[in-house]
Design a protein around this ligand. Structure first.
Ligand SMILES: Cc1cc2nc3c(=O)[nH]c(=O)nc-3n(C[C@H](O)[C@H](O)[C@H](O)COP(=O)(O)OP(=O)(O)OC[C@H]3O[C@@H](n4cnc5c(N)ncnc54)[C@H](O)[C@@H]3O)c2cc1C
Length: 397
């Protein structure tokens, strides 16, 4: 009896990442006895590496359209009840300095460590217990008194019972950081459907070796695929293409799809060429005024042999402009989960309540954060989903 009392919690949360910690804080504030079990040696490891170590913790402009899911409506309820302003209020309460880098993206002025420390402090205030280095061995559902269900969690550090069990184990991207497929396996154990999981926000690999020589160069572009477009930089890499515009579009790309890159999003090439006709400048040198020189050279070698611009006919100019507006690639693939910022897909939202994040078929079982089939754009949206879904579950779990 004494043993049971010691290991009983109202709420057990598996995974001390962004979503799990937010849920723990909220449930703790409601007076729930909360335990967070984390298999890594410390909490919030992905937060620490996020945003280049400065954590792009939210975005000033969050809309359901910034998220991808089989059910685009699912995220609306949680996002409406926990807004970027709500998270900014906690940041400010803890005196963390931040700035907008671009496109509404908010980063810490100092370090992502401040966010993890803030979450730890909030957990302490809400009397949340956190146990790291815990390997979960088994989770079973037990029937207490006929109607009330409960969960029995067996780990290497002990056995624990709870009324509510929240799965916040994230996706499988960056396995070297401790990511596991635990959440998906547990969903299957309880008979819940999953949608296909693929790497999201991930660089493309290309067959063409020619472009690998351009590795490190970055160009302002509009990248489109499957009726979605992003205007940002693309970045040439040894293996293919990356950069914000490519990472964004990768979440909309399926194997074999074409991706169109407009390399002239804001430049009137005809005027530029007309301007340089009197001095008979070489095309490659004119292009080098708007692109890095190495790119201009490679582009001309592959697509359009350079010659003095005064000798370019209107037909040739039209073709050149068309090619620069419509560089079509078919990526060989992506750099995979090892390089993906997120996992697209996960626990099917049809299995969950959008209000509480509780599994419809399994009362008391909740899924939050990246493990759910809701994937945000690059730019602070994935953390906002983690905070919002964690907050939603924290009101009920
Ligand atoms: C390099 C990188 C940079 C990123 N930068 C940003 C950014 O700046 N802004 C942004 O919005 N998003 C960013 N993201 C995405 C963001 O980090 C995730 O979407 C977010 O962390 C998801 O939160 P989560 O709590 O669902 O999962 P996680 O933060 O992944 O937390 C899951 C936790 O569960 C633990 N866990 C996993 N398996 C088990 C298990 N079997 N038992 C116990 N514990 C387990 C993990 O160790 C981890 O602590 C970045 C991702 C990466 C990889």
């Amino acid at each position: 009896m004494n043993f049971l009392k010691k290991t009983y919690y109202n709420t057990i949360i598996i995974g001390a990442g962004a979503a799990g910690l937010m849920c723990a804080i909220e449930a703790g504030k409601r007076g729930r006895k909360v335990l967070v079990l984390e298999h890594a040696e410390k909490i919030g490891k992905k937060i620490l590496i996020s945003g280049g170590g400065r954590c792009n913790f939210t975005n000033l402009d969050v809309n359901p359209e910034n998220f991808i899911s089989n059910n685009p409506h699912f995220c609306k309820s949680a996002l409406a009840r926990y807004t970027p302003q709500d998270f900014i209020a906690i940041i400010e309460k803890h005196g963390i300095k931040y700035h907008e880098k671009k496109l509404g993206q908010l980063f810490c002025d100092g370090s992502a460590k401040e966010i993890v420390q803030m979450l730890q402090n909030e957990c302490d205030d809400a009397l949340v217990e956190i146990k790291a280095n815990c390997t979960i061995e088994k989770i079973e559902q037990i029937n207490n008194s006929g109607s009330e269900t409960a969960f029995h969690v067996t780990g290497n550090i002990g056995e624990f019972n709870s009324e509510s069990l929240v799965i916040a184990t994230g996706g499988i991207s960056i396995p070297q950081m401790g990511a596991t497929d635990f959440g998906y396996k547990l969903a299957k154990q309880f008979g819940l459907q999953l949608t296909k999981t693929v790497p999201g926000l991930v660089p493309f690999t290309l067959n063409e070796k020619t472009y690998s020589e351009l590795s490190g160069l970055s160009i302002d572009s509009i990248v489109s695929c499957n009726n979605t477009r992003f205007r940002e930089n693309i970045l040439f890499t040894h293996k293919g293409l990356s950069g914000p515009a490519i990472l964004q579009i990768s979440s909309y790309w399926n194997d074999g799809d074409e991706v169109t890159i407009d390399l002239l999003p804001a430049i009137d090439l005809e005027s530029l060429i007309t301007e340089h006709k009197p001095n008979k400048a070489e095309l490659v040198n004119v292009l080098a005024k708007i692109y890095p020189k190495r790119f201009a050279e490679t582009w001309c070698e592959i697509n359009f042999p350079s010659k003095p611009v005064n000798r370019i006919t209107q037909k040739e100019l039209d073709l050149l402009t068309f090619k620069l507006h419509n560089w079509v690639i078919v990526p060989k693939g992506t750099e995979g989960f090892g390089k993906a910022e997120v996992t697209k897909g996960g626990v099917d939202t049809g299995e969950l309540s959008g209000k509480t994040m509780e599994a419809k078929k399994v009362p008391g079982l909740y899924f939050i954060g990246e493990v759910v089939d809701v994937t945000g754009w690059l730019g602070g949206y994935n953390f906002q989903w983690a905070w919002a879904s964690g907050f939603a579950a924290g009101q009920y779990a």
